[in-house]
Ligand binder design. Structure first.
Ligand code: ATP
Ligand code: MG
Length: 401
């Protein structure tokens, strides 16, 4: 099997923009496979062919394709001429030595000029396999599905299909900035937007040296892991401890969490605008913690002028946790750390923030100077996958975002 045939679903619906979506998917697949022995990635009549070299392993190639959004399904495929005898002979050759309880053939014609219809091809090829091997045909629950794809002057066949990650290709929906804590929720929120084609830039706030470095390290690990789905990421690491000390002097304890959050959003928004991002993303959920009552969410959200997305807003912790486990962020998120939001806050923070009261409290703070200083001093780290590894570049990009 020297090819992988990639099928996409949602892109097929994109009408006039389809070539552009396809171009992005092809480009993303090329990048995802860049360090493997892959000869070509090419669009081919409604699917994409990845041409493998002899040193490309199935595991490595599959691992990358499973992390490329826009892929609906994929299969390892072999090429033959457009001739039923040759096709059936090649399939039988590849099936030699294989035991199988039941099978069926699923055919698709990309070029309708082929003289037989798909059901006819299925019957012809299936009949030859049955005759040669004596296997039972089962159209409903076949143990083995032999896929046949007939193009204009070549055919492909494959055994079984794997699911891709779905979604839309990275880079087709613009950029967003996600506030990434070291917790369980925000990485899942970022993943949701990535899956819809957004490029996500991460912003993490820490209170080192008042608190440990743990949250920063977690944010870095999470950013590196999430980068495996979008190939290139940027993480802004913002020192928040001194700002919090100023908040403590000016704002009564119960109001601090909301004020911290509003400052985080202001800083994230400044970073977002400079980066050309069009929205902010958080992992907030109604009622999950005291800072996430409807009242508090409203007062927090009021400070943002960019759209603020909370993709997990109606999810239970259990559901979010299941997704975190599935995408692999969970083990990193549960490493103990100290989140800066709990610094200098009472055990019972205000649950019904009122905007005028919060705004009045904020007048005691040099907001613009705090925001400007935090953005200026933020450390910027870039991540790439493949060629995994982060590089601290302190405000300089090593590649165009
Ligand atoms: P998470 O698991 O995402 O940390 P959480 O349940 O702990 O969520 P909060 O601590 O109230 O919830 O945070 C709500 C949201 O605010 C987070 O999902 C994240 O988007 C943002 N946030 C909180 N703390 C930080 C931080 N230190 N750096 C960046 N963003 C943060
Ligand atoms: Mg948190």
């Amino acid at each position: 099997m020297s090819s992988v045939i990639v099928h996409y679903q949602e892109i097929a619906l994109k009408g006039k923009n389809r070539p552009w979506f396809m171009g992005r998917l092809v480009r993303n697949l090329r990048r995802a496979l860049a360090d493997l022995d892959v000869r070509a990635v090419r669009p081919l009549m409604g699917r994409i062919e990845v041409v493998l070299g002899p040193n490309a392993t199935r595991e490595a190639v599959g691992e990358r394709i499973r992390r490329t959004f826009g892929v609906a399904t994929f299969s390892y495929a072999a090429r033959t001429g457009l001739d039923l005898e040759a096709l059936a002979a090649a399939i039988l050759g590849d099936l030699e030595g294989r035991a199988c309880g039941s099978f069926r053939v699923s055919a698709r014609r990309a070029d309708k000029r082929f003289p037989l219809t798909s059901p006819q091809v299925e019957r012809e090829v299936g009949g030859r396999i049955k005759a040669a091997r004596g296997w039972k045909v089962d159209l409903e629950h076949a143990e083995l599905v032999v896929h046949v794809e007939l193009l204009s002057d070549e055919a492909f066949y494959s055994f079984g299909k794997e699911r891709g990650p779905g979604g839309l290709p990275t880079g087709t929906a613009g950029k967003v900035v996600c506030l990434l804590s070291g917790g369980i929720d925000s990485p899942v929120a970022a993943y949701r937007l990535m899956k819809r084609g957004c490029t996500v830039t991460f912003v993490h706030f820490h209170s080192y040296p008042i608190l440990s470095r743990a949250s920063q390290e977690k944010a870095r690990e999470l950013a590196a892991l999430l980068t495996t789905w979008q190939q290139r990421s940027r993480l802004h690491v913002v020192a928040f401890g001194e700002i919090q000390q100023q908040v403590v002097l000016a704002v009564p304890g119960p109001m601090r969490v909301v004020v911290y959050r509003r400052l985080m959003l202001r800083i994230a928004e400044r970073i977002a605008r400079a980066a050309g991002a069009q929205a902010l993303v958080t992992g907030e959920v109604v009622g999950q913690v005291a800072s996430q009552t409807l009242e508090n969410l409203a007062v927090i959200g009021r400070v943002a002028s960019l759209p603020l997305f909370r993709p997990l807003i109606g999810m239970d912790k259990e559901e979010i946790t299941a997704e975190a486990i599935r995408i692999g962020t969970y083990p990193i998120s549960i490493v103990p750390d100290q989140d800066c939001c709990t610094l200098f806050t009472p055990r019972n923070p205000q649950t019904r923030a009122r905007l005028p009261q919060i705004e009045a409290a904020e007048t005691a703070l040099p907001i613009e100077a705090l925001v400007e200083g935090a953005v200026r001093e933020a450390a910027v780290e870039d991540f790439q996958f493949p060629l995994l590894g982060s590089k601290v570049v302190n405000g300089r990009s090593t590649w165009p975002q």
